[in-house]
Design a protein around this ligand. Structure first.
Ligand code: PLP
Length: 338
């Protein structure tokens, strides 16, 4: 099957698979006290500077750990109406943290101080949950990207209002590759307090990393990780994958490829009469509207999701292993259907 459904439909990059194989040699201490986890820690520090790293099996788990570190049960998390934590995690953050999510309408999936400010009017009022975190996704669920200036402005605003900034980085590699800066410049240097660093959507078999930059959030984090059932006894197999991801810029090579495939896909598709690309293509996602009768037959050959059942807007995702040839076949199939 060739698909444009999600970047987690793809398999494992050979360099990642090789790293798993290499870690499968002898016995190692369990629960992250092994040599592979130590090497991964050093690699993360080379990229980000001082950082506490914990691991999770999936993005939902990484978000739950991160938000637990930042909140008490009477506090709230401000996020976009499209945020994965709000829409796609079956209520995991609210269920396991006990705090409230405050979703904000946003045309492009991004939050700004102007959009967040109205939610702060009841700060200090005991009858209302107290906003404590601004949670953003980079790249966003709509495939858009916060610029460095936008990130800095939002972090400054959050901190001046006694809030933390959490970054859901399931696709951080795609965003940073597109911004053309270093991982550090796009995250901790902007003022991000805590983030997930996505692996599964960028060539890993399994695993996400929680990166904690703000020392105030570190103390309870390992307990939250364990209590959220995210502490892997054989952590070396997750850590080894991250070492491979951070070696020779593999994260960037894969993400740059996926992003450029999305550009090609958008260009090929918008040349087809009746096809509209509906959002800016900044990372590895393309959103489109096509003639409705073509949707199902196209999906049968190349699976993808309908993003919005009301408007029939579609989402096409590119991965590290998407090829030009697949894109041309996908576009030709749609052209023929239309
Ligand atoms: C923005 C975002 N965050 C997190 C995730 C991770 O989710 P999962 O728990 O399925 O790994 C996803 C996956 O679709 C995502 O799109």
């Amino acid at each position: 099957m060739k698909s444009f459904a999600s970047d987690n439909y793809s398999g494992i990059h050979p360099e990642i698979l090789e790293a798993i194989q290499q870690a499968n040699i002898q016995h190692e201490i369990s629960y992250g006290d092994d040599s592979y986890t130590l090497i991964a820690q050093n690699n993360f520090e080379k990229e980000f500077g001082k950082v506490t790293v914990l691991y999770a099996f999936n993005g939902t788990g990484a978000n739950v750990i991160s938000l637990k570190c930042c909140t008490l049960p009477f506090q709230s998390v401000i996020c976009s109406e499209f945020a994965h934590i709000h829409v796609d995690e079956c209520g995991a953050p609210t269920q396991s943290i006990g705090c409230t999510l405050l979703p904000v309408s946003t045309p492009d999936g991004k939050l700004t101080p102007e959009l967040v400010e109205p939610l702060l009017s009841r700060t200090g009022n005991v009858h209302h949950t107290q906003p404590k975190v601004i949670s953003i996704s980079q790249s966003t669920e709509l495939g858009t990207i916060y610029s460095i200036d936008e990130l800095k402005t939002l972090c400054r605003f959050a901190h001046s209002n006694n809030m933390y900034v959490h970054l859901d980085g399931a696709r951080i590699s795609n965003a940073v590759a597109a911004l053309g800066v270093s991982l550090k410049e796009a995250t901790v240097d902007c003022g991000i307090d805590i983030m997930s660093f996505g692996g599964t959507k960028n060539g890993l078999m399994i695993g996400e990393a929680v990166l904690i930059f703000n020392d105030k959030l570190v103390e309870n984090a390992p307990y939250f990780q364990k209590q959220s059932a995210q502490l892997f006894s054989k952590n070396r197999f997750i850590a080894a994958q991250f070492t491979a991801l951070l070696t020779n810029h593999l994260w960037q090579r894969m993400a740059t490829h996926a992003n450029s495939m999305a550009q090609l896909l958008a260009n090929e598709m918008k040349a087809i009469p009746g096809v509209t690309i509906t959002r800016k293509v900044q990372a590895n996602a393309v959103f489109a509207i096509i003639p409705t009768p073509a949707i199902e037959p196209l999906q049968k050959q190349f699976p993808f999701y309908v993003w919005d059942e009301q408007t029939h807007e579609l989402r096409w995702m590119c991965s590290f292993d998407t090829t030009e040839e697949e894109i041309i076949r996908f576009a030709t199939t749609l052209r023929n259907l239309i």
